[in-house]
Write a protein that binds this ligand. Structure first.
Ligand SMILES: Cc1cc2nc3c(=O)[nH]c(=O)nc-3n(C[C@H](O)[C@H](O)[C@H](O)COP(=O)(O)OP(=O)(O)OC[C@H]3O[C@@H](n4cnc5c(N)ncnc54)[C@H](O)[C@@H]3O)c2cc1C
Length: 469
């Protein structure tokens, strides 16, 4: 039987980042990943024509010095592709046309997405009384604080673009804890952020300042988890290996791993479950029924991603930005049409452009019976009607995500509290992943490395006793 300090179940960015942090801290780690390749949702490919297509997430944004340091350490800092001005220019769809979202307050005053009445309503935000209930839906919160028009035209497409969620079901407290907290603390989101900003300025004087940068890597976003796997090596990263059972006996964790057609057991002093919530539920079902129920209660949106590559002269729109997000009131079947090669020019060959159609989401789910051909045809039609594309794209890739993004709906805070309770009663068991603390890749990374730091500290401080504190 093989023995490790920490076994990490799941080789998505959460699991790989936790493993890398523990490895750098000198611990013996094993990542067990069910798929052929690490990365989880982060999957990229290069087509025969030379397009780089990201099949899931496509953009990263951070100002974390520690993340930059990790890239340097992994030897991929030189492979970063940073977006230029295009990364700053974003569009929302209005009456089927992409309209630019201004970045500056003066531009905001002029923008056509919202009527004068809608803009004036935002100015009343500081005078709207704070909520007294324990939680509220994202839609109700923003309707109340900044008015229904800005909620529908500005917040909804953002929420759809990032969470592919239903704002009337999502919990404000779980999805946007900082915004919820600002209202609770200052009685207004605007006042809350202004006062927090003053505090931050004081703190910033003490440490290095970094601007947020939008980036990917040569070869696509999956370059990052693959680089971690290369550094850890095959002894520490098992692909095509699935954890099917988990036992806790006399302070030791035993995991049953299925690989190469047989089952073997590995032992460790700590386990990080870095799988999606529904997979973690199966693993803890015999340990704690309440935690399994909490994990199963986290719904996931279904999505499809269609990457298309065209000759430049096939598309009339200048594609001078990040892409266009669609508010649900526009009644389109896509959440966003992203202009991948504008953001990252090396992702399309010379004289070519590429787009990503993100479709589905909680409000407009991708159904099993919808065929690949039907969804690709829809993506081509979206590009024709919104971006003036014509003719057949020369490169196409289709990815179905039946369980794409976890939804932080009502009850999410309580579900996570149930997991925390299990972490306290079962020392050495930890939960990580996009259902906890944020769905974006940078948030998953941050939560995973902070968790790994805590796990490593427990090993160093108290070699025989691991705790969640
Ligand atoms: C279509 C789409 C677009 C997105 N766009 C963006 C974006 O542009 N920017 C951004 O920041 N974020 C984006 N996200 C969100 C982000 O990609 C995810 O939240 C993040 O990658 C999740 O990482 P994770 O490691 O927590 O989970 P996952 O990536 O889901 O990894 C979990 C891993 O666990 C493995 N596993 C499951 N069960 C077992 C088992 N029993 N044994 C072994 N292994 C197991 C799975 O095979 C999987 O590899 C997007 C997500 C999707 C789906």
């Amino acid at each position: 039987m093989q023995t490790y300090d920490v076994v990490i179940v799941g080789g998505g960015i959460s699991g790989m980042s936790a493993a890398y942090t523990l490895f750098k801290r000198g611990l013996d780690v094993l990542v067990v990943e069910a798929n052929d390749e690490v990365g989880g949702s982060m999957q990229s490919l290069t087509t025969a024509e030379g397009y780089v297509f990201d099949c899931g997430p496509n953009t990263l944004a951070t100002k974390e010095p520690r993340m930059w340091a990790e890239f340097a350490d992994l030897g991929i800092a030189g492979r970063m592709v940073v977006s230029g001005r295009a990364g700053k220019r974003r569009y929302f769809l209005k009456d089927n046309k992409p309209l630019e979202i201004p970045n500056d307050p003066l531009g905001m005053a002029r923008m056509e997405h919202v009527s004068l009445k809608g803009k004036l309503r935002v100015l009343r935000e500081p005078f709207v009384p704070r909520a007294t209930g324990p939680d509220e839906s994202v839609a109700s919160f923003f309707n109340r604080r900044i008015g229904p028009e800005v909620m529908t035209r500005m917040v909804d497409p953002f929420v759809s673009g990032v969470y592919s969620g239903d704002p009337s079901k999502m919990s404000i407290k779980a999805t946007f804890p900082a915004i919820w907290e600002a209202e609770q603390r200052a009685g207004s989101v605007i006042k809350g952020f202004l006062s927090a900003g003053k505090g931050k300025k004081k703190d910033a004087a003490k440490g290095p300042k970094m601007r947020s940068v939008t980036f990917s890597f040569e070869g696509g976003i999956a370059t990052w988890p693959k680089a971690i796997a290369r550094t850890l090596g095959p002894r520490r990263v098992w692909r095509q290996a699935r954890v099917s059972d988990l036992f806790h006996e006399s302070g030791i964790w035993r995991l049953v791993v299925e690989r190469d057609g047989r089952a073997e057991t590995v032992e460790s002093r700590a386990v990080i479950l870095a799988t999606p919530a529904y997979a973690a539920a199966d693993l803890v079902a015999d340990l704690d029924a309440a935690a399994a129920t909490a994990l199963r209660g986290i719904p996931y949106s279904s999505m499809a991603v269609v990457n298309l590559g065209y000759r430049r002269n096939q598309v009339t729109h200048p594609l001078d930005g990040f892409g266009v997000l669609a508010p649900s009131c526009e009644g389109r079947n896509f959440l966003g049409l992203l202009w991948a090669s504008s953001l990252f020019p090396p992702f399309a060959p010379e004289g070519r452009v590429s787009t990503i159609d993100m479709m589905g989401g909680t409000l407009n789910p991708i159904r099993e019976e919808q065929s690949r051909e039907e969804l690709i045809a829809r993506a081509i039609a979206d590009n024709e009607s919104v971006l003036g594309a014509s003719g057949t794209p020369e490169a196409v890739n289709f990815t179905r995500w039946p369980k794409a993004i976890p939804q932080y709906n009502f009850g999410h805070v309580e579900r996570i509290a149930t997991l925390e309770q299990l972490e306290r009663t079962r020392p050495g068991l930890y939960f990580a992943g996009s259902y906890r603390g944020g769905v974006g890749v940078p948030k998953c990374w941050k939560n995973a490395v902070e968790l790994a730091d805590r796990v490593a500290n427990n090993f160093v401080g108290r070699p025989e006793q691991i705790s969640t504190k």
